[in-house]
Design a protein around this ligand. Structure first.
Ligand code: ACO
Ligand code: LMR
Length: 277
């Protein structure tokens, strides 16, 4: 009989062996002829399925809103300095990407994890042991994080304030409230923000928190994912990928901008450093 040669790689998302490449089984010609967008391609390659239009539109809005946030943020700053050191496009891009993490742009997965855990948590009532209470109140959630010494991912911003909200967050929230069947996780994040704003004016729901909570709503409300799949997506951490992908657009733009402007090697001014012993 036939003997199956052992393979060194298993791959389940794309196939280039036929006449045309396929993404999750969908041939390239269908992708082009059906007028699919980048949200559909992300759905196929990341989630291995076609998602409803409002989901792919939401993914595309995340990409557009996070593409850039000016030259002063960590990622763009690194990219600009690297490009001015004469490095190539890929080096300048990855230098910026390497700043994405728990403080900057990479808090989406943790925001989703913590909001989900707090909202889904089921506890036995202390006074009535037969009664189950669903979810931590925002007060319980925030204070439990404080006790653990963990900043709430998705909350806080360097320049945005309670009286100077992040327009991107408002746009995402408006889209979710209009198009999603349910926005329970996002509304929970809003309640958390209401509480954190009583502590300090910069503790707003930021764009990472808005995307993290709304993506939970997308996963749970679209009917396209099993509970097990949602847990796996949250555990593996797919969602920071949205920021990485989006911000690459801006970082590439910053690289071209510096090259176009023929900017010289960057050196930080002495006056802006506190030299001390
Ligand atoms: N949860 C609880 N308390 C907080 C939080 C938070 N998320 N953020 C700030 N605080 C409080 C803390 O008490 C902090 O004091 P500490 O340094 O003793 O912990 C105090 O506010 C002052 O914080 P700052 O250091 O002045 O805040 P900063 O402006 O430097 O931080 C930042 C902004 C990094 C975004 C912060 O709020 C944070 O870590 N948030 C969580 C991570 C996150 O969501 N990052 C994504 C931001 S959006 C983006 O990058 C696209
Ligand atoms: C960003 O999108 O880069 C920001 O929200 C971070 C910042 O400090 O503006």
């Amino acid at each position: 009989g036939k003997v199956r040669a052992p393979t060194h790689i298993i791959s389940t998302i794309s196939d280039d062996r036929g006449e045309e490449p396929c993404y999750a089984g969908v041939p390239m010609s269908s992708i082009v002829e059906s007028g699919y967008g980048v949200g559909d391609v992300i759905s196929l390659l990341w989630f291995k399925r076609s998602l409803p239009r409002y989901c792919t539109q939401f993914i595309e809005i995340c990409i557009m809103l996070c593409a850039d946030h000016g030259p002063c943020v960590s990622g763009a700053h690194n990219t600009i300095v690297t490009a001015r050191a004469g490095k190539d496009l890929v080096s300048s891009l990855v230098s910026g990407l390497l700043t994405i993490g728990p403080r900057f742009g990479g808090a989406i997965d943790d925001a989703a994890r913590y909001f989900k855990d707090a909202y889904d948590r089921v506890r036995i009532d202390r006074h009535y042991p037969g009664i189950y209470i669903a979810g931590l109140t925002p007060y319980e959630f925030v204070e439990s994080m404080k006790k653990k010494g963990i900043r709430v991912p998705g909350i806080g911003h360097r320049i945005k304030r309670g009286d100077n909200r992040d327009k991107r967050v408002e746009l995402l929230q408006r889209f979710g409230r209009t198009h999603f069947p349910s926005v329970k996780y996002m509304e929970y994040a809003v309640q958390v923000e209401t509480y954190t704003l009583t502590k300090a004016n910069n503790l707003v729901l930021n764009v990472d928190g808005a995307i993290g909570s709304l993506f939970l709503d997308l996963l749970a409300g679209s009917g396209m994912f099993t509970k097990q799949e949602i847990d796996e997506i949250v555990e593996i951490g797919y969602l920071n990928g949205l920021f990485v992908l989006a911000r690459s657009i801006g970082l590439i733009g910053h690289t071209f901008d510096q090259k176009r402007l023929k900017q010289p090697l960057y050196r930080h001014p002495w006056e802006d450093v506190l030299y001390t012993k």
